[in-house]
Write a protein that binds this ligand. Structure first.
Ligand code: 1CP
Length: 338
Protein backbone atom coordinates (compact mmCIF):
# COMPACT_ATOMS: atom_id res chain seq x y z
CA UNK A 1 0.00 0.00 0.00
CA UNK A 2 3.03 2.25 0.35
CA UNK A 3 3.24 1.94 -3.42
CA UNK A 4 -0.39 2.70 -4.13
CA UNK A 5 -1.34 5.41 -6.61
CA UNK A 6 -2.70 7.52 -3.75
CA UNK A 7 0.49 7.39 -1.67
CA UNK A 8 2.74 7.97 -4.67
CA UNK A 9 0.66 10.96 -5.77
CA UNK A 10 0.70 12.45 -2.26
CA UNK A 11 4.50 12.15 -2.41
CA UNK A 12 4.54 14.12 -5.66
CA UNK A 13 5.16 11.22 -8.01
CA UNK A 14 2.97 11.77 -11.07
CA UNK A 15 1.08 8.99 -12.83
CA UNK A 16 -1.24 8.78 -15.81
CA UNK A 17 -4.32 9.82 -13.86
CA UNK A 18 -5.17 11.23 -10.46
CA UNK A 19 -6.25 8.88 -7.68
CA UNK A 20 -9.85 9.51 -6.60
CA UNK A 21 -11.72 9.26 -3.30
CA UNK A 22 -14.47 11.35 -1.71
CA UNK A 23 -14.71 12.99 1.68
CA UNK A 24 -17.78 11.49 3.37
CA UNK A 25 -17.87 8.65 0.82
CA UNK A 26 -19.25 6.51 3.64
CA UNK A 27 -22.44 7.80 5.14
CA UNK A 28 -25.95 8.84 4.54
CA UNK A 29 -25.90 8.90 0.73
CA UNK A 30 -25.56 5.08 0.80
CA UNK A 31 -28.63 2.88 1.41
CA UNK A 32 -26.40 0.12 2.80
CA UNK A 33 -25.05 2.63 5.35
CA UNK A 34 -28.51 3.71 6.47
CA UNK A 35 -29.41 0.06 6.85
CA UNK A 36 -26.48 -1.02 9.07
CA UNK A 37 -26.73 2.14 11.17
CA UNK A 38 -30.41 1.59 11.98
CA UNK A 39 -31.01 1.72 15.75
CA UNK A 40 -27.36 2.47 16.63
CA UNK A 41 -26.01 5.88 17.60
CA UNK A 42 -23.27 7.44 15.50
CA UNK A 43 -20.65 7.38 18.26
CA UNK A 44 -21.49 3.82 19.28
CA UNK A 45 -20.97 2.66 15.69
CA UNK A 46 -17.60 4.48 15.62
CA UNK A 47 -16.50 2.51 18.70
CA UNK A 48 -17.48 -0.90 17.32
CA UNK A 49 -14.70 -2.36 15.14
CA UNK A 50 -17.10 -4.62 13.19
CA UNK A 51 -19.25 -1.59 12.27
CA UNK A 52 -16.21 0.53 11.39
CA UNK A 53 -14.87 -2.18 9.07
CA UNK A 54 -18.23 -2.70 7.35
CA UNK A 55 -19.00 1.01 6.85
CA UNK A 56 -15.45 1.87 5.71
CA UNK A 57 -15.65 -0.94 3.13
CA UNK A 58 -19.06 -0.01 1.71
CA UNK A 59 -17.88 2.77 -0.66
CA UNK A 60 -14.74 0.79 -1.54
CA UNK A 61 -16.88 -2.12 -2.73
CA UNK A 62 -19.41 0.07 -4.47
CA UNK A 63 -17.15 2.59 -6.21
CA UNK A 64 -13.66 1.07 -6.37
CA UNK A 65 -12.21 4.34 -5.04
CA UNK A 66 -8.41 4.61 -4.75
CA UNK A 67 -8.53 5.23 -0.98
CA UNK A 68 -10.70 4.16 1.94
CA UNK A 69 -11.40 6.72 4.66
CA UNK A 70 -11.52 5.31 8.16
CA UNK A 71 -15.08 5.48 9.46
CA UNK A 72 -14.95 7.60 12.60
CA UNK A 73 -15.71 11.19 13.52
CA UNK A 74 -13.57 14.12 14.58
CA UNK A 75 -15.19 14.09 18.04
CA UNK A 76 -14.40 10.41 18.78
CA UNK A 77 -11.22 11.23 20.79
CA UNK A 78 -13.22 13.69 22.92
CA UNK A 79 -15.79 11.00 23.67
CA UNK A 80 -12.96 8.57 24.42
CA UNK A 81 -11.59 10.72 27.27
CA UNK A 82 -15.05 10.72 28.82
CA UNK A 83 -16.42 14.08 27.71
CA UNK A 84 -20.21 14.24 27.56
CA UNK A 85 -20.63 14.62 23.79
CA UNK A 86 -23.13 13.10 21.38
CA UNK A 87 -23.77 13.32 17.66
CA UNK A 88 -27.42 14.22 17.29
CA UNK A 89 -29.10 13.14 14.06
CA UNK A 90 -29.68 16.11 11.76
CA UNK A 91 -27.64 18.42 14.03
CA UNK A 92 -24.08 17.16 14.51
CA UNK A 93 -21.85 17.06 17.59
CA UNK A 94 -23.41 18.49 20.77
CA UNK A 95 -21.35 19.08 23.94
CA UNK A 96 -23.35 18.98 27.19
CA UNK A 97 -21.07 21.37 29.09
CA UNK A 98 -19.09 23.67 26.78
CA UNK A 99 -15.50 24.69 27.57
CA UNK A 100 -15.39 28.42 28.33
CA UNK A 101 -13.48 29.00 31.59
CA UNK A 102 -10.03 27.94 32.81
CA UNK A 103 -11.57 25.41 35.24
CA UNK A 104 -13.34 23.70 32.31
CA UNK A 105 -9.96 22.65 30.90
CA UNK A 106 -9.57 20.09 33.66
CA UNK A 107 -12.15 17.97 31.82
CA UNK A 108 -9.77 17.70 28.86
CA UNK A 109 -7.24 15.12 29.99
CA UNK A 110 -4.66 13.76 27.52
CA UNK A 111 -5.77 10.97 25.19
CA UNK A 112 -3.93 7.67 25.74
CA UNK A 113 -3.68 5.10 22.93
CA UNK A 114 -5.59 2.65 25.14
CA UNK A 115 -8.59 5.01 25.17
CA UNK A 116 -9.03 4.30 21.46
CA UNK A 117 -8.06 0.62 21.31
CA UNK A 118 -11.25 0.09 19.24
CA UNK A 119 -9.60 2.17 16.50
CA UNK A 120 -6.48 0.00 16.52
CA UNK A 121 -8.64 -3.10 16.26
CA UNK A 122 -10.74 -1.60 13.45
CA UNK A 123 -7.69 -0.53 11.39
CA UNK A 124 -6.17 -4.00 11.75
CA UNK A 125 -9.47 -5.57 10.69
CA UNK A 126 -9.59 -3.28 7.68
CA UNK A 127 -6.10 -4.18 6.49
CA UNK A 128 -7.32 -7.74 5.97
CA UNK A 129 -10.26 -6.57 3.83
CA UNK A 130 -8.74 -3.72 1.86
CA UNK A 131 -6.18 -5.62 -0.22
CA UNK A 132 -4.27 -3.02 -2.26
CA UNK A 133 -6.51 -0.08 -1.35
CA UNK A 134 -4.76 2.30 1.08
CA UNK A 135 -6.50 3.41 4.27
CA UNK A 136 -6.73 7.14 5.03
CA UNK A 137 -6.73 7.88 8.75
CA UNK A 138 -7.97 11.24 9.98
CA UNK A 139 -8.50 13.57 12.89
CA UNK A 140 -10.12 16.92 13.49
CA UNK A 141 -7.81 19.94 13.55
CA UNK A 142 -7.56 21.91 16.81
CA UNK A 143 -9.61 24.91 15.64
CA UNK A 144 -12.56 22.93 14.29
CA UNK A 145 -12.68 20.72 17.40
CA UNK A 146 -12.32 23.70 19.73
CA UNK A 147 -15.21 25.42 17.97
CA UNK A 148 -17.53 22.53 18.94
CA UNK A 149 -16.16 22.54 22.50
CA UNK A 150 -16.61 26.28 22.99
CA UNK A 151 -19.89 26.76 21.12
CA UNK A 152 -21.40 23.54 22.49
CA UNK A 153 -22.42 22.39 19.00
CA UNK A 154 -22.42 23.37 15.32
CA UNK A 155 -22.17 27.11 14.83
CA UNK A 156 -22.64 29.43 11.91
CA UNK A 157 -20.60 32.38 13.11
CA UNK A 158 -18.26 30.77 15.68
CA UNK A 159 -18.78 33.91 17.76
CA UNK A 160 -18.04 32.52 21.23
CA UNK A 161 -14.92 30.83 19.85
CA UNK A 162 -13.61 34.02 18.24
CA UNK A 163 -14.46 36.09 21.33
CA UNK A 164 -12.63 33.61 23.56
CA UNK A 165 -9.46 33.44 21.44
CA UNK A 166 -9.11 37.23 21.47
CA UNK A 167 -10.26 37.91 25.05
CA UNK A 168 -8.57 34.99 26.82
CA UNK A 169 -5.59 34.08 24.63
CA UNK A 170 -3.88 32.06 27.38
CA UNK A 171 -6.98 29.92 27.89
CA UNK A 172 -7.32 29.59 24.11
CA UNK A 173 -3.74 28.38 23.59
CA UNK A 174 -4.05 25.95 26.50
CA UNK A 175 -7.30 24.59 25.02
CA UNK A 176 -5.79 24.22 21.54
CA UNK A 177 -2.64 22.56 22.88
CA UNK A 178 -4.76 19.96 24.69
CA UNK A 179 -6.90 19.29 21.63
CA UNK A 180 -3.78 19.09 19.43
CA UNK A 181 -2.36 16.38 21.72
CA UNK A 182 -5.55 14.34 21.31
CA UNK A 183 -5.64 14.70 17.52
CA UNK A 184 -1.95 13.84 17.25
CA UNK A 185 -2.39 10.73 19.37
CA UNK A 186 -5.49 9.67 17.42
CA UNK A 187 -3.55 9.97 14.13
CA UNK A 188 -0.52 8.14 15.54
CA UNK A 189 -2.72 5.26 16.68
CA UNK A 190 -4.22 4.92 13.20
CA UNK A 191 -0.80 5.08 11.52
CA UNK A 192 0.73 2.57 13.97
CA UNK A 193 -2.12 0.18 13.18
CA UNK A 194 -1.62 0.52 9.41
CA UNK A 195 -3.17 3.68 7.92
CA UNK A 196 -1.17 4.72 4.81
CA UNK A 197 -2.14 8.41 4.61
CA UNK A 198 -3.66 10.85 7.12
CA UNK A 199 -5.92 13.84 6.68
CA UNK A 200 -6.34 16.65 9.19
CA UNK A 201 -9.82 18.21 8.81
CA UNK A 202 -9.99 21.91 9.65
CA UNK A 203 -13.43 22.29 8.14
CA UNK A 204 -14.31 25.58 9.81
CA UNK A 205 -10.92 27.38 9.74
CA UNK A 206 -12.20 29.42 6.80
CA UNK A 207 -14.23 31.45 9.32
CA UNK A 208 -10.95 33.08 10.39
CA UNK A 209 -8.87 35.90 8.95
CA UNK A 210 -5.38 35.03 7.78
CA UNK A 211 -3.88 36.95 10.73
CA UNK A 212 -6.03 35.14 13.30
CA UNK A 213 -5.34 31.76 11.70
CA UNK A 214 -1.62 32.43 11.81
CA UNK A 215 -1.59 33.59 15.43
CA UNK A 216 -4.22 31.42 17.10
CA UNK A 217 -4.36 28.19 15.08
CA UNK A 218 -1.32 27.54 12.93
CA UNK A 219 1.10 26.66 15.78
CA UNK A 220 -1.28 23.97 17.06
CA UNK A 221 -2.12 22.43 13.67
CA UNK A 222 1.63 22.38 13.02
CA UNK A 223 2.14 20.37 16.23
CA UNK A 224 -0.38 17.78 15.02
CA UNK A 225 1.01 17.44 11.49
CA UNK A 226 4.64 17.38 12.64
CA UNK A 227 3.83 14.53 15.03
CA UNK A 228 3.08 12.24 12.09
CA UNK A 229 6.23 11.34 10.22
CA UNK A 230 5.90 8.12 8.31
CA UNK A 231 2.95 8.68 5.99
CA UNK A 232 1.78 11.53 3.71
CA UNK A 233 -0.29 14.21 5.45
CA UNK A 234 -3.25 15.98 3.85
CA UNK A 235 -4.36 19.29 5.40
CA UNK A 236 -7.92 20.25 4.51
CA UNK A 237 -10.07 23.31 5.13
CA UNK A 238 -13.12 24.97 3.59
CA UNK A 239 -12.92 28.64 2.57
CA UNK A 240 -9.21 28.73 3.37
CA UNK A 241 -7.95 30.05 0.01
CA UNK A 242 -6.46 33.14 1.68
CA UNK A 243 -4.05 31.09 3.80
CA UNK A 244 -3.39 27.92 1.81
CA UNK A 245 0.33 28.72 2.01
CA UNK A 246 0.19 28.69 5.83
CA UNK A 247 -1.72 25.40 5.78
CA UNK A 248 0.92 23.88 3.50
CA UNK A 249 3.72 25.26 5.68
CA UNK A 250 2.23 23.61 8.77
CA UNK A 251 3.81 20.35 7.62
CA UNK A 252 1.43 19.08 4.96
CA UNK A 253 2.41 17.05 1.92
CA UNK A 254 -0.97 17.74 0.34
CA UNK A 255 -3.35 20.68 0.75
CA UNK A 256 -7.09 20.29 0.26
CA UNK A 257 -8.78 22.97 -1.82
CA UNK A 258 -12.52 23.70 -1.90
CA UNK A 259 -14.45 24.62 -5.07
CA UNK A 260 -13.99 28.38 -4.58
CA UNK A 261 -10.43 28.39 -5.90
CA UNK A 262 -9.31 26.86 -9.21
CA UNK A 263 -6.51 24.31 -8.76
CA UNK A 264 -4.14 26.13 -11.15
CA UNK A 265 -4.47 29.28 -9.02
CA UNK A 266 -4.04 27.16 -5.86
CA UNK A 267 -0.85 25.73 -7.39
CA UNK A 268 0.50 29.27 -7.78
CA UNK A 269 -0.24 29.98 -4.10
CA UNK A 270 1.47 26.83 -2.78
CA UNK A 271 4.28 26.04 -5.23
CA UNK A 272 5.66 22.53 -4.84
CA UNK A 273 2.68 21.23 -2.87
CA UNK A 274 0.40 18.42 -4.05
CA UNK A 275 -3.29 19.44 -4.21
CA UNK A 276 -6.51 17.61 -3.40
CA UNK A 277 -9.96 18.60 -4.66
CA UNK A 278 -12.09 20.25 -5.75
CA UNK A 279 -15.44 19.39 -7.38
CA UNK A 280 -18.34 21.27 -5.80
CA UNK A 281 -20.40 18.55 -4.04
CA UNK A 282 -23.61 20.38 -4.96
CA UNK A 283 -22.84 19.91 -8.67
CA UNK A 284 -23.18 16.14 -8.27
CA UNK A 285 -26.91 16.87 -8.44
CA UNK A 286 -26.54 18.52 -11.88
CA UNK A 287 -26.91 16.76 -15.24
CA UNK A 288 -24.08 14.41 -16.24
CA UNK A 289 -22.63 16.60 -19.07
CA UNK A 290 -22.14 19.37 -16.48
CA UNK A 291 -20.32 17.00 -14.13
CA UNK A 292 -18.19 15.57 -16.93
CA UNK A 293 -17.10 19.05 -18.02
CA UNK A 294 -16.22 19.93 -14.41
CA UNK A 295 -14.12 16.76 -14.04
CA UNK A 296 -12.22 17.59 -17.22
CA UNK A 297 -11.60 21.17 -16.09
CA UNK A 298 -10.43 20.12 -12.63
CA UNK A 299 -8.10 17.40 -13.94
CA UNK A 300 -6.61 19.88 -16.43
CA UNK A 301 -6.13 22.60 -13.80
CA UNK A 302 -4.70 20.02 -11.38
CA UNK A 303 -1.80 19.42 -13.79
CA UNK A 304 -0.37 22.76 -12.62
CA UNK A 305 0.52 21.12 -9.28
CA UNK A 306 3.24 18.49 -8.70
CA UNK A 307 0.44 16.00 -7.99
CA UNK A 308 -3.36 15.97 -7.80
CA UNK A 309 -5.68 13.79 -5.73
CA UNK A 310 -9.17 14.05 -7.19
CA UNK A 311 -11.84 14.70 -4.55
CA UNK A 312 -14.76 16.96 -3.84
CA UNK A 313 -14.29 20.42 -2.36
CA UNK A 314 -16.10 19.21 0.78
CA UNK A 315 -18.04 16.12 1.84
CA UNK A 316 -20.61 14.16 -0.17
CA UNK A 317 -24.08 15.60 0.50
CA UNK A 318 -26.64 13.08 1.81
CA UNK A 319 -28.91 13.79 -1.20
CA UNK A 320 -26.25 12.59 -3.68
CA UNK A 321 -27.13 9.69 -5.99
CA UNK A 322 -24.51 6.95 -5.43
CA UNK A 323 -24.69 6.05 -9.14
CA UNK A 324 -23.34 9.51 -9.96
CA UNK A 325 -20.34 8.97 -7.66
CA UNK A 326 -19.78 5.61 -9.33
CA UNK A 327 -19.80 7.36 -12.72
CA UNK A 328 -17.27 9.96 -11.50
CA UNK A 329 -14.88 7.22 -10.36
CA UNK A 330 -15.32 5.35 -13.64
CA UNK A 331 -14.63 8.52 -15.63
CA UNK A 332 -11.43 9.29 -13.69
CA UNK A 333 -10.29 5.68 -14.03
CA UNK A 334 -10.55 5.87 -17.83
CA UNK A 335 -8.29 8.95 -18.00
CA UNK A 336 -5.02 7.00 -17.96
CA UNK A 337 -6.03 4.93 -20.95
CA UNK A 338 -6.81 7.93 -23.12
O1 1CP B 1 -25.84 9.46 11.76
C1 1CP B 1 -25.07 9.86 10.85
O2 1CP B 1 -24.96 9.22 9.80
C2 1CP B 1 -24.35 11.12 11.13
C3 1CP B 1 -23.60 11.72 9.99
C4 1CP B 1 -22.12 11.65 10.24
C5 1CP B 1 -21.19 10.78 9.59
C6 1CP B 1 -21.46 9.75 8.55
C7 1CP B 1 -21.40 12.42 11.17
C8 1CP B 1 -21.98 13.40 12.11
N1 1CP B 1 -20.07 12.05 11.10
C9 1CP B 1 -19.90 11.07 10.15
C10 1CP B 1 -18.63 10.37 9.82
C11 1CP B 1 -17.48 11.19 9.51
N2 1CP B 1 -17.22 12.42 10.07
C12 1CP B 1 -16.38 10.85 8.67
C13 1CP B 1 -16.12 9.49 8.02
C14 1CP B 1 -16.87 9.15 6.81
C15 1CP B 1 -16.33 9.52 5.47
O3 1CP B 1 -15.68 10.54 5.25
O4 1CP B 1 -16.57 8.73 4.53
C16 1CP B 1 -15.52 11.94 8.66
C17 1CP B 1 -14.24 12.09 7.87
C18 1CP B 1 -16.04 12.89 9.55
C19 1CP B 1 -15.35 14.12 9.92
C20 1CP B 1 -16.13 15.26 10.46
N3 1CP B 1 -17.10 15.25 11.42
C21 1CP B 1 -15.88 16.60 10.11
C22 1CP B 1 -14.82 17.01 9.14
C23 1CP B 1 -15.27 16.77 7.75
C24 1CP B 1 -16.29 17.69 7.18
O5 1CP B 1 -17.29 17.20 6.66
O6 1CP B 1 -16.08 18.91 7.25
C25 1CP B 1 -16.73 17.42 10.83
C26 1CP B 1 -16.84 18.93 10.80
C27 1CP B 1 -17.50 16.57 11.67
C28 1CP B 1 -18.53 16.96 12.64
C29 1CP B 1 -19.82 16.34 12.28
N4 1CP B 1 -20.11 15.03 12.53
C30 1CP B 1 -21.35 14.74 12.05
C31 1CP B 1 -21.88 15.93 11.45
C32 1CP B 1 -23.23 16.05 10.82
C33 1CP B 1 -20.90 16.91 11.59
C34 1CP B 1 -20.97 18.35 11.07
C35 1CP B 1 -21.90 19.19 11.88
C36 1CP B 1 -21.76 20.67 11.65
O7 1CP B 1 -22.38 21.17 10.68
O8 1CP B 1 -21.03 21.33 12.40
Amino acid sequence: MKNSLLVRTCRGIRSGRPPVWFMRQAGRSLPEYRQVREGMSMLESCQRPDMVVEITMQPVRRYGVDGAIFFSDIVVPLKAIGLDIEIEPGVGPVVAEPIRRPADLERLRPLEPDDVSFATEAVRGLLGELGETPLIGFAGAPFTLASYLVEGGPSRHHERTKALMHSQPDLWHDLLARVAQMSATYLQVQVAAGASVVQLFDSWAGALSRADYERFVLPHSTTVLQSVRDVPRIHFGVGTSEFLDLMAGAGADVVGVDWRLALDEAARRVPGTVLQGNLDPALLLADWPVIEAEIERIVTEGRAAPGHVFNLGHGVLPSTDPDVLAAVVEHIHTLSTR
